[in-house]
Design a protein around this ligand. Structure first.
Ligand SMILES: *Cc1c(COP(=O)(O)O)cnc(C)c1O
Length: 342
């Protein structure tokens, strides 16, 4: 049967590589989308063993899974809060909350009981991506209000953060100038701002001045290189997940594999090359339940073929054929495909 094989030692090596590159900045491991489809429980367990203390969960449900596995010492950051119920759950789970609107700041303040400990918040400035975050012209009033709530013991402002496009250096530089100004304004308003975080994988590696106190790195931890960017060797990372299919039947000309588009493989990948025991072979067709590839001598039912992963063809290699990114290929792998950890 086909499966997604996850090499936790390769994951640990990527974590060590990230730490070496970004130090002294801290690494927040981003684990959204069930840890990029690799299974949040096992991933955060291993990361914790390897010394990662910060986890970027995206939403509250995922964050409470991290909390459940790692207990109260882990720092778990969420930045997607949908309404007051979500805020209450986040406060109860002692999460670090990313706050990108004035309304959310008020919702958090009112979710804290008088005798409660202050809720840890990270204030988000919109540095140009317009994906949530407080606009620069409203930032001064926002941080003034946050300082007031901090003095009242309702919140503890642990950081200022934002997200950048990582598409062009010029735009990212503009975003960074807005970010620096926002931190200065927050400090002038009486906030200490011990943690500043701005970069994801690409900027964390390529642009030292974007690392500040912490970087939020997901993709590179899982060994997913950027489409159209530097290769795995240049980055010093290796793919963690390998999608393995089995030969269902074979003749001299074609081999049929037990994995198709319902397993998550985009059918427009026909024409791509995958790695078989006989070397690279072209994919002829992908149907709902299976795929056919050029045969190789001695192919037998039960033989394993690596569709993407540590074999030499990565998720990003496939993604580039269809103008998408490696994460997209990974996230399409059906939850019904078993995950196996080695
Ligand atoms: C997904 C995400 C990241 C991680 O991005 P990678 O490119 O996978 O490292 C960081 N920050 C935010 C806000 C994100 O949504």
């Amino acid at each position: 049967m086909s499966e997604l094989r996850i090499d936790l030692d390769a994951f640990a090596a990527n974590l060590a590589r990230i730490r070496a590159v970004v130090a002294p900045a801290e690494h927040m491991l981003v684990v959204k989308d069930d840890a990029y489809a690799q299974g949040v429980e096992r991933i955060v367990q291993r990361a914790w063993q390897e010394g990662v203390h910060w986890f970027g969960a995206y939403e509250v449900g995922n964050a409470t899974r991290v909390r459940g596995v790692l207990g109260s010492d882990a720092r778990v950051f969420v930045w997607m809060l949908r309404g007051v119920d979500d805020v209450r759950r986040a406060v109860a789970a002692r999460l670090d909350l990313g706050i990108g609107t004035e309304q959310l700041l008020e919702d958090v303040a009112s979710a804290v009981a008088d005798d409660d400990v202050a809720v840890r918040v990270h204030l988000k400035i919109d540095t140009g991506l317009h994906r949530n975050g407080v606009r620069p012209e409203r930032w001064s009033a926002f941080v003034t209000r946050a300082a007031e709530l901090e003095r009242a013991g309702r919140i503890e402002v642990v950081g200022v953060w934002s997200h950048i496009a990582e598409a062009s250096d010029v735009e990212d530089d503009d975003a960074r100038a807005v970010f620096d100004a926002a931190v200065a304004t927050a400090r002038a308003a009486g906030l200490a701002v011990p943690l500043r975080h701005l970069a994801a994988s690409a900027a964390a590696f390529a642009r030292p001045e974007f690392r500040y106190d912490m970087v939020r790195v997901g993709a590179f931890a899982y060994g997913v290189r950027p489409a159209g960017g530097p290769g795995d060797d240049a980055l010093g990372i290796t793919p963690v997940a390998s999608l393995v299919a089995q030969v269902a039947d074979a003749d001299d000309e074609t081999v049929r594999l037990d994995l198709g588009s319902a397993g998550g493989l985009p059918s427009i990948l026909r024409g791509a090359e995958i790695v078989t025991p006989g070397g690279r072979r072209v994919v002829h067709d992908i149907t709902l339940r299976d795929m056919t590839v050029d045969g190789w001598p001695g192919a037998q039912p039960g033989d394993e073929v690596v569709v993407f992963g540590a074999s030499g063809v990565s998720a990003t290699d496939l993604a580039e054929r269809i103008d998408t990114i490696g994460e997209e290929i990974l996230l399409r792998v059906s939850p019904r495909i078993p995950r196996r950890y080695t």
